[in-house]
Structure formats: structure tokens, C-alpha cells
Design a protein. Sequence first.
Length: 158
Amino acid sequence: MTPVPRLAAALIVTAALVALSGCAASDPSPSMDSAAAAERYEPVMDDVVAALEQKYPDIAWSDDDETRVVADGDRCTFVVATQRGEPSLQETAGGWDAVADVINPVLTSHDLDSMSEQKLEGGWTGVASRDDSGATLDISDKTYTLIELSVPVTDTDC
């Protein structure tokens, strides 16, 4: 075999591996409808906020948006009512590690991953947690804190 065909073969194999790795890294297909998602994930948000209220009673939490199903590209996503906390959770706690100590046990008890720090723009800082169903709990913080929890659902009307 000459060098050019070997290079072409190597490029084809590399392209196939990249394509396959992209499939493995994509979000899982939705596995529940919005009613099942509400039953599964509303208690997660309730328990996270309850743990934070107990540890940081000076932070006031309120609904920033209602629970809803939204169109997300070609699929529907269930979104638990976003929680807004003031003042800043990250500042009040003294950093994300202290927050993790409070909510990681809650997250893992609901089969979500422990928090990991996220790179955000515009002066925001944040952490996130995910599970095998594609649910994502995002906590973003600047001068106040937002907690968002969403999961892809099988609903077709959103």
C-alpha cells in the first residue's frame, strides 16, 4: 500500500471514531413524560432548597418562574419552577465547596451526580449536576442565585 491510501484509511477510521464518540456523548433519549418528570424531579428541587434553607437561613428563596414544559429544538423539556435566592449563595457559603457539602448528599440520594463547577460568562459563577435521564440541575450565582432543574421528556405537545 502506498502512503496516500494509508493516510486516507487512517483519516476514515479517525472520522468514524470521532462520529461514534459524538453519539456516545450526546444526551440520552427522553425516557419519561412530563407527569413522571414532575413526580421524579420536583422533590429534588424541594429537597435541595430545604437543605440550603436549613444551612443558610439568611438566604430568601422564591419561585422565579413556574414549572412548565418548553420546546427545546425538536424535543420537549420539563422545567421545574426556577428558584431564586438572595443574597448570593456562593458568597454567603464562602464558596462552592461549602455548598457542595450541603447539597451533594441530597443530589446523590436522588441519583444525581455530585456538583461540578461550571465556566460561565458575564461575571456569573456556577455548578451543575446531571443524571442518567439527562436531567440537569444548574446553580448560577452573581449577586443572587438561580437554581434550575430540567429534563428532556417524551411529550410531543410543548
